[in-house]
Design a protein around this ligand. Structure first.
Ligand SMILES: Cc1cc2nc3c(=O)[nH]c(=O)nc-3n(C[C@H](O)[C@H](O)[C@H](O)COP(=O)(O)OP(=O)(O)OC[C@H]3O[C@@H](n4cnc5c(N)ncnc54)[C@H](O)[C@@H]3O)c2cc1C
Length: 398
């Protein structure tokens, strides 16, 4: 039985943090804990950047340092190598968002391929990621999802998008790196699901290289997974399932309400938890067919995964099961899982400070909206500070 509460070990959780790092994290999560401050901060950041005020230095030293690995892949390697000394892997995520032109989509694809090639030479980097709408217009994903007839130009555009996805997955396959497609808004997701299935069929013949994201705040995801599993078995390929709860809940509910269709989102947090845990259990029950990548900061879901693995005699380091948290959050889960030998990776966003700001703002907003998450981060940080004060001679800096 997994009765020991491994995530309570703050010494392991914050082993890589100096006292200064701890204080910065405490300050930032303290700020994020106040929704009004996040609102004001968001506004001031946006305005300052627009007016070209010299705020980049300040952003870089604070929120950027907390939630981002650096501005370039090489810069990120410093924190990545440090985490790897504790057996914690990383996934580089080039977090530049909001591009809309074809040339920018081609450049984004090239960037993803260069990250895959970079990762293939680094034992610390087992996966690469991409966001479907980062390599093709949101509207084209939406239109393909709606099954409306495409114009000739749209058909050509869609072919280019499919080609970009294929080139990324092909690079991952050739370099033996897993590739994870992000999950996004439900009204573009059908097109992404279909395309990622095609990619799995093409590249997951022997093992899962290509992973699609299942957002379990959607009440239809277990059914979706079961259907996908059947198709994959019949066609003889492996399913790669990255499971998360989902980041667009408010947007989804608002749109459904406004347009008068039933929301695709579960009716409550508890229902989302049941959905997530159900999908998690399904993947582990069919581990020979489905490789699982758990993206969650939820302690209970992570404990559940460990318990099921133990019950089913799935080895702690089975290469088909991975755990992941975002850089800057839930180190108590990541570092304690890694210490026990579970395959664990931090998702490390990077990019020029100015370009990563929208991502950082979303992180801050998400933290204010995720009930309990920030409180938990704060409580653990405070506990660790107390622990360090009690043992001043041991030295906590590595
Ligand atoms: C490695 C990693 C990769 C990720 N990739 C993606 C991605 O590709 N796409 C994506 O959308 N998100 C992604 N996320 C974010 C993720 O979807 C969650 O928003 C975030 O992780 C919080 O969920 P949790 O399981 O960590 O924690 P918890 O705190 O247990 O769950 C919070 C989540 O529960 C759900 N929820 C909260 N209140 C309600 C309610 N009233 N009714 C129904 N549901 C509710 C929401 O999804 C909310 O985000 C990723 C997260 C990680 C760690």
């Amino acid at each position: 039985m997994i009765t020991q509460k491994i995530f309570d070990d703050t010494e392991t959780a914050f082993k890589l943090k100096s006292n200064e790092d701890l204080n910065r994290a405490l300050f930032l999560f303290g700020m994020i804990n106040r929704p009004s401050l996040v609102k004001i901060g968001t506004y001031l950041t946006k305005v300052s950047l627009k007016l070209h005020l010299p705020v980049e230095g300040l952003i870089k030293k604070t929120i950027f340092k907390q939630f981002s690995g650096g501005e370039t892949m090489e810069e990120c390697m410093k924190v990545i190598e440090k985490m790897y000394t504790k057996k914690l892997h990383s996934i580089l995520d080039y977090s530049v968002e909001g591009k809309v032109e074809e040339a920018q989509f081609d450049a984004a694809m090239q960037k993803k391929i260069s990250i895959i090639e970079f990762a293939s030479e680094k034992k610390e980097l087992p996966y690469a990621v991409f966001k479907p709408t980062g390599i093709g217009r949101f509207e084209i994903w939406e239109k393909v999802s709606s099954k409306d007839t495409l114009t000739k130009e749209e058909e050509e555009e869609w072919e280019r998008v499919k080609n970009r996805v294929d080139l990324i997955c092909n690079a991952a396959f050739k370099n033996d790196i897993g590739v994870l497609a992000d999950g996004e808004e439900s009204w573009m997701q059908d097109a992404a699901d279909d395309l990622m299935e095609e990619m799995m069929k093409k590249y997951n013949q022997e093992k899962a290289i290509v992973f699609n994201t299942l957002q379990c705040y959607r009440w239809d995801r277990l059914n979706y997974l079961q259907a996908l599993h059947l198709k994959a078995k019949a066609a003889g390929y492996k399913v790669g399932a990255k499971i998360v709860r989902g980041a667009y809940m408010e947007k989804e509910n608002e749109r459904a309400h406004k347009m008068g269709y039933p929301t695709p989102i579960c009716e409550s947090k508890e229902a989302t938890d049941v959905s997530f845990n159900g999908v998690l259990a399904y993947c582990l029950a069919y581990i020979d067919d489905i490789s699982l990548f758990v993206g969650s900061h939820n302690e209970m879901s992570n404990y559940l995964a460990l318990q099921i693995m133990e019950d089913k005699n799935i080895a702690i380091n089975d290469s088909r099961v991975w755990f992941s948290q975002l850089y800057g959050m839930s180190d108590h889960i990541s570092l304690n899982l890694a210490k026990k030998g579970y395959n664990t990776a931090k998702l490390v966003p990077f990019g020029p400070v100015r370009e990563v700001v929208p991502y950082l703002i979303r992180r801050a907003q998400e933290n204010t909206s995720v009930k309990g998450q920030t409180g938990r981060e704060l409580a653990l940080l405070i506990e660790e500070k107390k622990r360090r004060k009690g043992e001043p001679t041991k030295g906590n800096r590595e």
